[in-house]
Design a protein around this ligand. Structure first.
Ligand SMILES: [Zn+2]
Length: 173
């Protein structure tokens, strides 16, 4: 465990001690600068770092040119927001082990960096493994790297998260 902040949340949520032995835990800083990368039909804004937003817009346009629909389901998320999401899941009766198979501890989500996007596509359920079957996933697999986006959590990833075909992160250089 790296920081006092992480220790604090681990205590609050009752994270078992062996969690930190079994899983590779990385901490991220919150993005300092954010811009609007996309706005939903309902007016909700998705924010990313300026570089990731630019790359997302280019990738989105290129996909559209190939007849592929891509949209952002979730982009930047603050540490406090991540903590609220976990509190809500625990309050709804999930165990911390269940929660941590799909959610990062606060401070440990790539979404804090403003470089990660959860991607959706028309006709497929949001944030579900069936996204892997979509033409959008096939297109991303072939093309995302040329825009700087990479799949963070393939099957059997060392971070202990379930396979997340929808979660892509922009990495500079
Ligand atoms: Zn994600």
């Amino acid at each position: 465990m790296n920081s006092a902040r992480l220790h604090h949340f681990a205590q609050e949520f009752g994270v078992p001690d062996d969690f930190f032995l079994c899983r590779q835990v990385l901490e991220y800083e919150e993005a300092e600068q954010l811009v609007t990368a996309a706005t939903n039909a309902d007016g909700r804004e998705h924010r990313l770092s300026p570089e990731a937003a630019k790359a997302w817009k280019e990738m989105h346009a290129a996909a559209l040119n190939s007849g592929i629909s891509l949209f952002i389901v979730s982009a930047f998320r603050s540490v406090q927001r991540q903590a609220e999401l976990i509190r809500r899941k625990l309050a709804a009766g999930q165990s911390i082990t269940e929660v941590l198979s799909v959610s990062a501890l606060p401070g440990c989500s790539e979404h804090h960096t403003g470089n990660a996007v959860d991607v959706g596509t028309a006709g497929y359920a949001l944030l579900e493994t069936e996204f892997e079957q979509s033409p959008a996933f096939a297109w991303l697999t072939d093309n995302a790297a040329s825009f700087g986006f990479y799949l963070s959590f393939p099957r059997g990833n060392p971070y202990g998260y379930n396979f997340e075909p929808w979660h892509w992160c922009y990495r500079k250089g």
